[in-house]
Design a protein around this ligand. Structure first.
Ligand SMILES: Cc1cc2nc3c(=O)[nH]c(=O)nc-3n(C[C@H](O)[C@H](O)[C@H](O)COP(=O)(O)O)c2cc1C
Length: 190
């Protein structure tokens, strides 16, 4: 099969579109982030990549923690907005309803179906970016997202991001059961 080399591009996609919440000197700010990943657990650690263009870049070093909020497709306009304008120029706190959990200095978004409150545990400076690692101390999920006591991704309806096409997408069909469908290959080769 013919392949095209595309240079050293981070093509891990689609990306989750999340909103990172911070609070510093009493001022709440929200910014959109696509560079977000899980490191596993326990402890459950999440990492976000914050670029030097963001006011969050300067703020986060002085914060004790941050939140990672997963917007649903219903919040697509607000989600894009907080990724276009900076807290330097606009007070973005009023775009959403803020609530707090266990960490007093970590603002979360009521309208988002999933919010994780994180204690800042490590920051790595990588070129123009900060890799910020947060230990998740609590996760808040809308009751409406549960089906048979499990969090249903279709109910969360997260906003996925294609970094190559700058487009938002929705989660599609279920195509198999994880940790199970692979067994059918073993059965075929036996
Ligand atoms: C869909 C989308 C994804 C983004 N992902 C990131 C990201 O991963 N890291 C980053 O530093 N900026 C990202 N941005 C840009 C920031 O959200 C933007 O610079 C924002 O204005 C920063 O807000 P702040 O200055 O209030 O911190 C993204 C923007 C959009 C619209």
């Amino acid at each position: 099969m013919s392949k095209r080399t595309c240079g050293p591009r981070a093509l891990l996609f689609p990306l989750p579109t999340v909103i990172v919440g911070t609070k510093l000197a009493g001022q709440v700010n929200y910014m959109t982030v696509g560079y977000c990943g899980m490191i596993g657990g326990p402890p459950s650690v999440i990492a976000v990549g914050i670029g030097s263009q963001a006011v969050t870049y300067e703020r986060i070093r002085s914060c004790s923690g941050f939140s990672v909020n997963i917007p649903s497709s219903r919040q697509i306009v607000e989600t894009d907005y907080v990724g276009i304008v900076s807290g330097r120029e606009v007070d973005k706190a009023s775009i959403f309803t803020t609530f707090y959990g266990e960490l007093e200095e970590v603002p979360m978004i009521e309208e988002c179906p999933v919010s994780m409150e994180c204690k800042l545990v490590e920051i790595h400076e990588l070129g123009d970016m900060l890799a910020c690692y947060g230990e998740i101390v609590q996760t808040h999920v809308d009751e409406a997202c549960f089906v048979d006591e499990k969090i249903a991704i279709s109910r969360v309806d997260p906003v996925l991001l294609s970094p190559t096409e700058s487009e938002y997408l929705r989660v599609g069909d279920v195509i198999g059961t994880a940790y199970e469908i692979g067994r059918t290959l073993g059965q075929r080769t036996n």
